[in-house]
Design a binder for this molecule. Sequence first.
Ligand code: MUC
Ligand code: MG
Length: 395
Amino acid sequence: MQDRLLIERIEARILDIPTIRPHKLSFGAISRQSPVIVQLWLANGATGFGEAATIGGPSWNEESPESIHHAVVNHLAPALVGQDGARFEACLARMDLACKGNAFAKSAVEIALLDAVARTLDLPVWQLLGGKQRDSLPLAWTLASGDVERDLAEAQLRLEQKRHRIFKMKIGARTPEADLAHVSQIARGLQGRAVLTVDVNQAWDGATARRYLPPMVEAGVTLIEQPVAHWNVPALRDLTATLQGALIMADESVCTPYDAMRLAREQASQVFSLKVAKHGGLLRTRQVAAIAQAADIGWYGGTMLETSIGSAASAHVFATLGGRHHNCELFGPQLLVDDIVQQRMAIEDFELQLPDGPGLGVEVDLKQLARFDRALAGREPRHFDMGRDAAAAGA
Ligand code: MUC
Ligand code: MG
């Protein structure tokens, strides 16, 4: 037992950070994010930070900021305090014993643990995960204002700034006809200058997807994310087998390594959207990625719109991965009115630059943590309150 790496204390807090504009998805619109920030202390005094963010409370999947906070404080922290922090896998096993599921909550704790241990060793987190294979990742932006003119203006600006040239459009809230018109207009506006993808966030049934995806591909879309419900693996498989000219990507359908095995066995998608939170942490993200690689499935570095803490953690693990590579979308910090780190990861020439400093390589600004802390502000949870919070950007 390495006494200096004993886990001494774990705390969690919910933040509320407004977004720069309403972000519209198939199941609602958000105007603020409520990430849960976990802080973990080792006996040697080193401290690490982790994060789990959801989208629209428990609307994206079962976990919510409140459930994550509850699981960390009441179940995961008591299971880990006093344990040897260097034994990452043993810590994950203890969390699994204490608590079924709750992947987001576990991921926030695991990230904080790896950050604290990496800082003790004066190494970047990517070094603990096998070492990096790349120094930067092509970075996508999501067009989700719901308005064609605004989306095009956003894309234009980001192209000029050399920040993004991969754009994901959120569809599924309106009729498929309206979505097709929207996507076609944006594709015409950006023709030849950008890579275009769509995320339906489970909104369609198989028949709708079979009918409306081919004209979207015709318009210029090259990657289709989660067109059908997460459980509708037969429809996903059918689209993967028949759709020409674009790849099918699973997101909500692929959370655990067991989901990944099923999709791989059934050849139900050509790409997995990897997300640290839904896989239950950095180490398990690597397990899902290994299944993808073994099954000749590509990967894409997904986001749950985290601050720079969660985004940096994701960047560290994505940079270690081999296999076919389909970019990342770690733009969460840019969607928020402000951040909780002293300096964000740099974006240069359309790519997110991986930090090299110890731990996650981003330094938390404690004043900013306090500024957005829900408990300190006495705020109530509100997840779909479009417009109001965005106006009060100083919240
Ligand atoms: C999702 O389902 O991919 C990621 C980017 C974005 O705009 O929304 C999320 C969620
Ligand atoms: Mg998605």
